[in-house]
Design a protein around this ligand. Structure first.
Ligand SMILES: Nc1ncnc2c1ncn2[C@@H]1O[C@H](COP(=O)(O)OP(=O)(O)OP(=O)(O)O)[C@@H](O)[C@H]1O
Ligand SMILES: [Mg+2]
Length: 307
């Protein structure tokens, strides 16, 4: 194992009763790398996170965190892990400052260091101005930042963040990603789960999951290149009526609504580009445009789901 490999699993499996919630995950996250577990509800993201920090016992397979075996050396491993659970708990009646103090005590930070560490984390999270506000009175985005700060109290170098931007407004999401970039520069290994395809663009590597299985993994660029030249964007009025017309073309494999456009996945582009304007006009619709576009990660995910 190279020494900057901070997080590693091998054929990791979790079965609940007879249900395989996680079916053979092989994962490697190096220092300075942010890897995304991307998939819909029930994909196995939380199960993975809970296995990695030793809250769940694997059915089979291996986990190493900062070189320590989980669950055998889980206490040593946990010294390296900062875990932000999907539904994490803050103490609503305590202020931001008091929450940081509290988690500092839980993690055994000595009295002499604790104040300075809290201050450092307040600065990091941009929460200084609100230090005396009770956690219950914080916005969703501020709560997530405080949650992240409490997970960092013991200076972990492996971060497990389970849907950290769920229910957070776009501005706060942006700020949250900025905080993570800072941690990566410091050499942390970060594993983040998200159901949002647009967020997957931010990761160094993406692991697409569905129903406990890994569909594929790669850099966002690699994944998108798999559909190069095979996505057409079509806009027509009314859009609903254009959907079945596009789907009927022999070289169109799939049609998805993408905002006010349709994305067509095609076997090859030339045929549909030649035929569809006529077909749309023949149905009495108005074609606004039809042209090839760069694939998005959502296109790739949809494609993989059907394979
Ligand atoms: N303790 C448990 N007992 C039985 N089944 C479980 C348990 N925990 C999770 N599961 C099942 O395992 C599957 C994966 O759940 P998991 O929570 O890992 O999904 P997820 O990807 O985190 O989804 P979400 O995006 O909704 O958080 C689900 O079908 C879930 O119902
Ligand atoms: Mg989950």
């Amino acid at each position: 194992m190279s020494n900057d490999l901070l997080l590693e699993t091998e054929d990791l499996v979790k079965v609940f009763g007879t249900f395989r919630a996680l079916d053979g995950l092989n994962l490697q996250v190096h220092a300075g790398e942010m890897v995304g577990l991307v998939g819909p509800d029930g994909a196995g993201k939380t199960t993975t996170m809970r296995l990695l920090c030793g809250v769940l016992e694997p059915t089979s397979g291996h986990i190493r965190v900062a070189g320590f075996d989980v669950p055998r050396q889980v206490e040593r491993a946990r010294e390296h892990i900062g875990y932000l659970a999907q539904r994490f708990a803050l103490y609503g009646d305590l202020t931001i400052n008091e929450n940081l103090e509290f988690f500092g005590k839980v993690f055994g930070i000595p009295d002499a260091e604790r104040k300075a560490r809290s201050q450092e984390l307040l600065n990091f999270a941009g929460l200084q101005k609100f230090a005396n506000r009770r956690a219950i009175a914080l916005s969703g985005g501020m709560q997530k930042k405080l949650g992240l700060a409490t997970a960092l109290v013991h200076r972990p170098d492996v971060l497990l963040l389970d849907e950290p931007t769920g229910g957070v407004d776009p501005v706060a999401r942006q700020e949250f990603w900025h905080l993570l970039v800072g941690l990566l520069r410091g050499g942390s290994a970060v594993l983040v789960s998200t159901p949002y395809m647009d967020e997957a663009m931010r990761f160094n590597r993406v692991i697409f999951m569905n129903k406990g299985r890994v569909l594929t993994e790669g850099t966002p660029r690699e994944l998108m290149s798999r559909l190069d030249g095979r996505i057409l964007e079509l806009a027509a009025e009314p859009q609903m009526a254009a959907h079945p017309i596009a789907a009927a073309d022999p070289d169109v494999q799939d049609v998805h609504a993408f905002g006010d456009r349709l994305h067509l996945r095609v076997r090859e582009a030339a045929g549909p580009l030649a035929r569809l304007p006529g077909a749309v006009a023949a149905a009495g619709l108005h074609l606004t445009h039809l042209h090839p576009v760069a694939p998005t990660l959502e296109d790739v995910f949809m494609y993989l789901l059907e394979q």
